[in-house]
Design a protein around this ligand. Structure first.
Ligand SMILES: Nc1ncnc2c1ncn2[C@@H]1O[C@H](COP(=O)(O)OP(=O)(O)OP(=O)(O)O)[C@@H](O)[C@H]1O
Ligand SMILES: [Mg+2]
Length: 326
């Protein structure tokens, strides 16, 4: 449904997207994560024709986006809803009128029975029907984002693009908005592309994620798989590395598919190899459907090989962490 191949985009001499290829399936919630300035918003805007690109291809809903012009482009953009970090609501209009705006652009009167029915249904869906006549200035950040989501859905899009939809919100409000996106995806079957710099967002709702760095995709896959076997260039995003670890011996990080399987392996390891081990760090992370655990143990040099062999034989995913100062 969204097929991007070898996409290149530059602003003058600044090359922002160098070689981007991604495939997003129908009905998927797909994440694009990267540091500030990595080119995430630019990529998103190439998908709905708000930006052009110099080479490569972006095929969205069966159309090559750069080839669309005039009315064709406008018709295409109706099928793609977009929500923004800063909400972009009209301050002088109330909630109803904000959501009605895209309908009016399409020539549908805001007070027509068709418009009323649609808007009321959407305000119910996003949980803000009681604020229908409020102005945005009387709403909290989370409520504003709900209005923006209703507005993005009012033309029945096939795809919803979310640019940092939660980065201005506190963690609890973020959780509410993410649950709403999950509900929209499940109930309306809409494909959602989420651009974010927050790993939490990806972990909570995305079925797959692409990491963008220096204009390239440096890793792509299911969030939990990337967590277990991270590529060094995305390590700083995963927030899983402990701050303080012993500087002597070897720190070995073990990954588990659920929170209960870690300790039994450690006790079995200690018993089998007759070793004293210290557990120096541990964390459980929740992904959309599963919990993943990680423990760091400290192992003396003389025991390292035996420990590695044991882990290999028991199919545990692990890595020996770099020693401090390296
Ligand atoms: N219209 C423009 N003209 C010139 N340069 C631009 C334009 N839009 C973006 N850029 C540059 O492209 C690069 C990527 O910008 P982009 O907004 O896509 O990053 P981002 O990953 O979304 O960052 P953030 O997380 O801060 O939103 C930046 O260096 C930015 O300065
Ligand atoms: Mg951006």
């Amino acid at each position: 449904m969204i097929e991007v191949k070898n996409l290149e985009k530059h602003f003058g001499s600044v090359e922002v997207l160098k070689d981007i290829s991604i495939h997003i399936n129908d009905g998927e919630i797909y994440g694009i994560i990267g540091h500030s300035g990595a080119g995430k918003s630019t990529l998103l805007r190439c998908l709905n024709g708000l930006e052009t690109y110099q080479s490569g291809s972006a095929n969205v809903l069966g159309c090559e986006v750069s080839s669309l012009k005039g009315q064709q482009l406008r018709d295409f953009q109706k099928k793609i809803g977009m929500i923004f970090q800063n909400f972009n609501l009209m301050s002088r209009a109330d909630v109803y009128d904000n959501v009605a705006l895209p309908l009016q652009f399409c020539g549908i009167k805001k007070n027509s029975p068709e418009a009323k029915e649609k808007i009321l249904k959407l305000l119910e869906l996003v949980g803000i029907a009681d604020k229908i006549h409020e102005r945005p200035s009387n709403l909290s950040g989370g409520q504003k984002q709900r209005v923006a989501i209703a507005r993005a859905l009012v033309l029945d899009p096939k795809i919803l693009l979310c640019d940092e939809a939660t980065s201005a919100l506190d963690p609890q409000t973020t959780g509410g908005i993410l649950n709403l996106l999950l509900k929209i995806n499940a109930e309306l079957g809409i494909t959602i592309v989420v651009v974010t710099h927050q790993m939490e967002v990806v972990k909570q709702i995305c079925s797959r994620v692409a990491f963008i760095k220096g204009g390239n995709i440096v890793a792509e896959g299911k969030p939990e798989e990337l967590f277990i076997l991270p590529n060094p260039s995305i390590r700083d995003f995963l927030g899983r590395t402990p701050d303080v670890l012993p500087t002597t011996g070897n720190n070995v990080q073990l990954f588990f598919a659920d929170e209960n399987s870690g300790l039994p392996i450690i006790t079995r390891l200690a018993r089998t190899l007759d070793l004293d081990l210290s557990i120096v760090w541990g964390k459980i992370e929740n992904f959309r459907n599963e919990a993943m655990g990680s423990l760091v143990i400290n192992v003396e040099d003389k025991d390292l090989e035996a420990v590695e062999n044991f882990l290999k034989e028991n199919n545990v995913k692990w890595e020996v962490m770099e020693k401090a100062g390296k």
